[in-house]
Write a protein that binds this ligand. Structure first.
Ligand SMILES: [Zn+2]
Length: 433
């Protein structure tokens, strides 16, 4: 199939193109030959041997890249595998990702990195990078094999799922990270304050009778980690920011010239604690859904450019694990398959922001963050883009989803928009009828 694709030129006719920093879509035909975009323009015509793909009313945009994905392999194959995760990514218009190292065993050595890269090589349809742990076994005590993991191409160190609670350990890790040019990504949480909390602490948690995780659990750790980055000169990346105050702290530290970047997950923009009314465990993740005020402030921060990237924190769990009471259920929801569509349904369609923001924050900047080149739709560029149909809908049924798990608030919901086609290096990875 791939050879065939490379032989037959693909002509995308009559679509609208989205690009970062281009608020207005522009109409153009796009010609793809041998994996490359060779012509882009309104007056470009199809060569006689090309397959013509009618893109009337559809939007072409660079394919997405997700820097925060839990593929669960090894050790969690009942929840997800790298193969299923890569299919889920493609299903959602994502053509590359960085995996989190909280597998079993954890990815904390060059040997573990190599074994995950070997699995990816054998089973993934898209290129995959993995992050490595900051500390051995994510225990927060001793530094992981950072030099060896760096040599294997790990771009990011993180103990995601847990903070590095000891500031002395984190300081040493940042000094190493800086020396190796690695990003140190922080899951910000003060464990003593989180306790056995299951949702945001406040009026809603009191009403529902659920133990709370206060916003300051995240904010205190976030302040600490950025100050350590300021002190050591390391690049700290704050994962899944959920509170307006945390975001304002990042804005301020950025203004001071600290090397801090950060991400926001679609669910923290779309949902809040009020959505937990009926104790649905598909609204349980860590950090938790906060308040409607936080939703609004995070959205504004995304528009202002405080958030460098959008990342899903795709975190599959089996239905068996999630079908328990809210306190006992594991944290996390899937996100790869719904991210682009939910961003369209809740924001782009309503004029809150444009496709240019989606392209910048979920395609171009994630690639730049880890040292990859963005994939704009330009002549001479690699053909790595998606065709999105704003006039179609998507129902997130079990049949639709490729992930091994269906722990998403969108389960059996229908949203506007559809990822209609996905290309990488000119190869059609996904095509819907
Ligand atoms: Zn996390």
């Amino acid at each position: 199939m791939s050879d065939d694709n490379h032989r037959t030129p693909l002509f995308f006719k009559g679509g609208h193109l989205a690009a970062e920093d281009e608020p207005v879509l522009f109409s153009a035909n796009v010609l793809v030959e041998d994996g490359k975009i060779t012509r882009v323009g309104e007056d470009v015509e199809a060569p006689a041997n090309a397959r013509v793909i009618d893109c009337q009313g559809k939007v072409l945009m660079p394919a997405m890249y997700d820097v925060h994905v839990h593929a669960r392999e090894p050790g969690g194959e009942a929840k997800e595998t790298i193969a299923a995760c890569s299919d889920a990514a493609i299903n959602g218009g994502v053509t590359g990702m960085v995996l989190m190292p909280n597998t079993i065993p954890a990815i904390d050595s060059s040997a573990m990195v190599q074994s995950v890269l070997d699995i990816a090589e054998a089973s993934s349809r898209i290129p995959i990078l993995t992050s490595g742990c900051i500390t051995k076994g994510r225990a927060g005590k001793e530094l992981a094999g950072i030099a060896g993991m760096h040599a294997k191409g790990v771009p990011v160190l993180t103990d995601d799922g847990s903070p590095v609670s000891n500031p002395v350990v984190l300081r040493r890790a940042m000094e190493y990270a800086k020396d190796f040019g690695l990003i140190l990504a922080s899951h910000c949480e003060t464990m003593e304050l989180s306790g056995r909390g299951a949702m945001n602490e406040g009026a809603v948690s009191y009403r529902l009778g659920l133990p709370g995780i206060p916003a300051i659990s995240e904010e205190i750790c976030l302040d600490r980690d950025i100050r350590l980055a300021q002190y050591t000169g390391a690049h700290v990346h704050i994962q899944h920011v959920t509170t307006a105050r945390g975001m304002e702290a990042i804005r301020w530290f950025k203004g001071q010239g600290v090397k801090v970047t950060c991400e926001v997950a679609p669910h923290h923009l779309i949902f809040n604690e009020e959505d937990i009314q009926d104790y649905d465990t598909n609204y349980k993740m860590n950090p938790p859904l906060r308040t409607a005020h936080d939703n609004a402030e995070l959205l504004q921060g995304l528009i202002d450019g405080v958030f460098d990237v959008i990342a899903t924190d795709h975190a599959p769990h089996t239905e068996f694990e999630k079908k328990t009471d809210f306190v006992s259920a594991p944290f996390g929801i899937t996100g790869l398959e719904s991210a682009v569509i939910s961003l369209y349904h809740y924001f782009v369609k309503l004029g809150k922001f444009g496709w240019d923001l989606v392209v910048k924050r979920y395609s171009a900047e994630p690639r730049r963050l880890i040292g990859l080149d963005p994939v704009p739709i330009v002549e001479g560029g690699t053909a790595e883009f998606i065709v999105f149909d704003p006039n179609a809908t998507t129902t997130f049924s079990r049949d639709f989803m490729c992930s091994k798990s269906v722990n998403t608030p969108f389960l059996d919901q229908t949203l506007d928009g559809q990822v209609w086609m996905v290309l990488r290096e000119g190869e059609i990875l996904l095509e819907r009828n």
